[in-house]
Structures are given as structure tokens and as C-alpha cells.
Write a new protein. Sequence first.
Lengths: 338, 133
Amino acid sequence: MQEQQDFKHRHFAHCESGVMSLMVSHHGLPLSEAMVFGLSGALMFAYIPFVKLGGMPLIAYRSRPRSIIKGLQKTLGIKMKMHTFSNPSKGMATLDALLQQGHVVGAQSSVFWLPYFPPEMRFHFNAHNLIIVGKEGDDYLISDPVFESSQRCATEDLKKARFVKGMMAPKGLIYYPLAVPDHIDYQRILPAVIKRNAKAMLKTPVPIAGIRGIRALARSITRLSGKDPRQARLFLGHIVRMQEEIGTGGAGFRFIYASFLQEAGRLLDNNRGLESASREMTIVGDQWREFALLAVTTIRKKRNDKMNFSALTEKLLHVAAAEAEVYQRILKIRFTCL
Amino acid sequence: MVPQDNISTYADNKKAVYATDRSGNYNVIASSGWEIEEEATLQAVREMERLAREAYVLAARGEYSPLFFHMYNRRMDIQVLAEATGLFKWRIKRHFKPVVFDRLSEKILARYSDALGISRQKLCSLPQQNRNL
């Protein structure tokens, strides 16, 4: 078996949006990663203290795993085939059969069990996405969009990574498009998804999602002053890792979305509102970065120096306010075609 | 400004990031990492190494079973191990006692060795020195 003929690997910021961009483009609908991310309304924030990842609360800067695949289906009318398996051998056999038929196949996997990840990045995170583009001997040929070049993975390792059990277990999920539209009515779709996403960030019914979630996280930092300093340091480091390292990081998602807003503005007759929203979102991304910088400087403090938690809280509340303002402006944008 | 700090945790890999050029247009740029991210990653890695080291000492002294060490050495905690094996946390905690662990059935041992990705023989012993991964 060989690599599917005309498949082109590309390097992207985030796994799920990268995979979907590569796959639908391969099927004849060229969509940038930023477009995929924006069209599926994936920009989010959630701080869920009662769900723990490695003993630390879940902090997410985007919508939940698989929502990009599903969101894109819904918005664009792409038809996806999605399989999960209870039997790993069957899951591997189905994958082989699909490759034989010439498909490129999206797959969910664990990060920890993929040997091509750098050792220091191997954590138990089970919602990574990649594309399998062929098989050579015992190795699968993999296009993993968060890597610069194509990768290889031995059969046993891929099997382990696809069938790991636990939180967000992939259950061997594989997926590929059955039908892709050849035309997208951007004039109609873009204004709707952009406003829907802004509303979702501003008007969440729960106090742990959207802008309210950012504020909740800011408040929980204030409470660290009463906690064990080592735990406090680990918590701050955890926030920064969720923000900068995992996926693309929270700030990274703000920049992707800014890129999406720019592209959307150009598609909608150079909509000025969107262009300035893109610039403002870039500034918000920069502010998230400043927050990460401040958090790490706080961690660095010597044992006897007091960590200044209230400065961090203040910075984060500032970020929340700036981000909220961008969404409020977006809701006021006028689209000529609406 | 895209950071290019050549951070150790990327092991010579690059991450694609979105950034604007001088005229404000967005592009995808390969970044060799930001040292702030590196510090946060290393903090987490070191914490896991510390847990594995402490577990190694306790297991070497015979106060805990080798399972206790192997769990941390695989960067897991009881929560993750419970999910990966399908065993209750309280059962896993019992299996940290050497007397209980020594009498485990082959079936349970197989579940552990499968979840941890190590052989049954490795699971029931400690490595010569505590090396990570």
C-alpha cells in the first residue's frame, strides 16, 4: 500500500481545525484552517473546576473536542462518515480497508502513546486529531497538522493511541467526508456564524463558560493566596500550559480567530467592521500572552518572595473586558446582505 | 512578533502560529517556541518526575508496590489509571500495598500491563535506576 497520490501535508496551528482544513481541501473545497475554525464557531472559553485533568481543573479556550468536525458539517452541509469501534482489531481492519479504497482518514488519538511526539510533550490527552494517508509495511503514514512534516507510526503504537481508555476516549474514532459542497454562500453563512459565536461568548447561561468563565478563573486566582505556595505555582503553570501549549493555546485561538475575521471581512466586500474586529482580536491575543508572561514571572519568584495574585487577577479581568468588548462590537456590525 | 526561542520541550520541532505582517495581513509562521511556554511545560514535567522519584523510593523500600511507581512513571495518576484500566480507584489504592499486589490474579495484572504499556515482568519489578520513560 502507498500514500494516497495527491495528498499534500501542511503545517497548522491546531489539530482538529488543521485536519478538517486538509481533508475538505483534499476533497475539492479549499478552506483555510482559520476559516474552518471560524465557520464551526469553535472560539470559546470554559473553566470547569470540577472536571480534573491530571489533578488540575479543566480550562479550555475553544469548544469541546469533535465540535469543529460537527460544526463544520452543520454550517456547510458537508456529510461526514464517523466510525467508532468497541473492538480494536476491527477498528484497525476498517482503517486498512479505507486506505485501500484510496481514502485519507481522520482519526482521534491519545498524545501520550504517539511515539513521534517529543517526550516532554507527551501527556495523557486523548482528543488529538491526525490524518492517516497510507501504509508502508508496518508503518502508517501520518499527516499530523501540528507537525511541520509528515510522520510515521508503527501499527501497534497507533492501535494503542486510538484505543486508549479514559476521559475523552477516542474509541478508535475515524472519519472522512462523504460529500463536500462545491459552493459556499459566504454572504449568508459568515454573518450568522460570527454573530452566533459572539453571542455564545457573551451570553452563556452558566458562570463557567464564555466571558463569565474567564472572570471565574480570575477570581479563583485571588483565592490562591490562602493555598500552599507549591500548589499555587502548579495551578498557575497549568493555566499557562492550557493557554500556550495544549492544542495551540488560548492566545493562539484568539489569533486564529482574528485571522478568520480578516478573511471573512475580505470575502464580504471588505467589511470594515470585521476588519477592525480582527485587529481588536489580535490585541486581545497579545493581552493573553502578557497574562501568561506575568503568570510565569510570578511562578519564578523565590520561596520567600510573596506572589502577587491580585495583579494576575486584575490582568485577567482586563483581558475578559477587552475580549467582551470585541464581541459587543461584532454584534453591532452591519452586514449589507442581511 | 513570533517568538523563536528554540525551546527544549519542542525537541527541534516547530509550531505553526498566526501572526500579522507589517501591513497587518495574517500569515501562518513556524515558531521554534516561546520560553514562557517552555517554563510552564518543564514545571509540569518536573512535577511528574518528582512524583515518580518519590514513588520509586517508597517502592524500593517495600512500602508500596511497583505499580505505584509505574503509574507515575507513565505520567498517570490514580484517576487516569482507573479510567485506563476500568478499575475502581479504591481497588487500585489497595493494589499499592505490596502484600495485596503480590497476590493479584494474572487477569488483573494483564489489565495493568496493558494500560501502562509494559510487560507483566516489568510491572512486577522496579527498574535498576529510576529512569523516566
